[in-house]
Design a binder for this molecule. Structure first.
Ligand code: ADP
Ligand code: MG
Length: 366
């Protein structure tokens, strides 16, 4: 439905110093998909979204919606913003305080230049979207009398009322408090999938991205680092950045020992000994390799030392958190973070075997 190819937009200061932007970003979004751009502040999420919306003119690249070009740097095509069939909700969604809930949602349709719907059609469409977001019973109310979450849903209703081919959401929940944000993200996901609208969602919050997205593109410093489902980017990160940005993890360094990577596995010589790891691509023998293993994937207490990927460790600390127990276990001078079931009863000073399952011990060779 949406195709973004080699999008390039660089900003610079007046004196020509580069400040950032989006560099060579490519992705495709399927019809009805909720696709998320995730990354830290300043990584180029808004730049990418504004380029799709037509609020920003890229330096180069190609953007197509439903097979028709919105932008093409080479052939100098750039469809004006108001002719793009796109609905948007930004962090600072503007609710018009002097209008009713109904009018807030209906206004963009009333002033639409092309294909303006009839009064009856507007009434029908607005009531359908207000119904969808749970605001139909407040239609006559002043928009200022709505709570933060309701205003957010009104902004969404307004964007959907135009029945756009594409919905762009830029950190739409970040003005809400934590509890409401969690409620609203479930609500947003429900509305998006029931309405079936193709959506590009922007957030810096990895939990939010994982909870709502069909697929996620992780950005850093204007570049696309990895693209995949929440499971793929969490369980099989391909870059150090993605491994560190999404969730917590243990990092190790070493060298690939075996002649080659065989069937996606290879043994890495590291400070704790030889560790068999999963590789997302082949690497030459002797290559410097980092590998990562999530705290919840490290097993302790139950394994016996001497098996593959099993090492002797000593418990440094234990933090009991109710649903889990969090251990720091020292393995040959390395502190390994382990999240274990609370029934695992180890105390500081205890010796314990520590096991890294090879299929969850992920080698990163960038
Ligand atoms: P994000 O939305 O991921 O936080 P942005 O896309 O807004 O990031 O910005 C990406 C980078 O481009 C940042 O380093 C920012 O400082 C820079 N940038 C964004 N807009 C402008 C602008 N209008 N002028 C100069 N630099 C900008
Ligand atoms: Mg932004």
């Amino acid at each position: 439905m949406l195709s973004v190819q080699n999008l390039f937009k660089a900003y610079e200061t007046r004196s020509g110093e580069p400040t950032g932007g989006a560099f060579d970003i490519s992705f495709e979004v399927a019809r009805g998909e909720l696709f998320t751009l995730l990354g830290p502040s300043g990584c180029g999420k808004t730049t990418t979204l504004r380029s799709i919306a037509g609020l920003e003119t890229p330096g180069s690249g190609v953007i197509e919606l439903d097979g028709a070009p919105l932008f093409n740097g080479a052939s100098q095509v750039s469809v004006p913003m108001y002719e793009r069939d796109i609905g948007m909700v930004f962090q600072s969604y503007a609710i018009w305080p002097h209008m009713s809930v109904f009018e807030n949602a209906a206004y963009p349709l009333r002033v639409q230049r092309r294909n303006r719907p009839s009064r009856e059609e507007i009434e029908k469409r607005i009531m359908r979207v207000l119904e969808m977001v749970g605001l139909a019973k407040y239609r006559g109310r002043s928009a200022t009398q709505l709570s933060g979450g309701q205003q957010q849903r009104l902004a969404l209703a307004r964007a959907l009322a135009r029945e756009p081919k594409l919905l762009l959401l830029d950190e739409p929940l970040s003005n809400l408090d934590a509890q409401l944000r969690e409620q609203m993200r479930a609500e947003l996901k429900r509305i998006q999938s029931e309405w079936g609208v193709t959506t590009v969602y922007v957030t810096h919050d990895q939990a939010e991205a994982m909870a709502i997205s069909d697929r996620i593109a992780v950005l850093n410093q204007g570049r696309l680092m990895q693209l995949g489902s929440a499971e793929e980017i969490y369980e099989r990160p391909t870059t150090e950045f993605v491994a560190g940005f999404i969730g917590r993890t243990n990092f190790f360094t070493g060298r690939l020992a075996e002649a080659s990577v065989d069937r996606s596995y290879g043994v890495v010589e590291s400070a704790i000994g030889p560790v068999r790891c999963w590789f997302h691509k082949a690497a030459p023998s002797g290559a410097a390799v980092k590998f990562v293993v999530r705290p919840e994937n490290v097993e302790c207490a139950r394994m016996s030392a001497g098996h593959e990927n099993t090492f002797e460790g000593n418990v440094v600390s234990r933090v009991y958190l109710g649903d889990i127990a969090e251990y720091t276990i020292r393995v040959s001078e390395m502190d390994v973070l382990v999240r274990a079931h609370p029934s695992v009863a180890l105390s500081p000073g205890d010796a314990t075997p520590v096991y890294f399952p090879a299929d969850r011990t992920i080698a990163i060779c960038e």
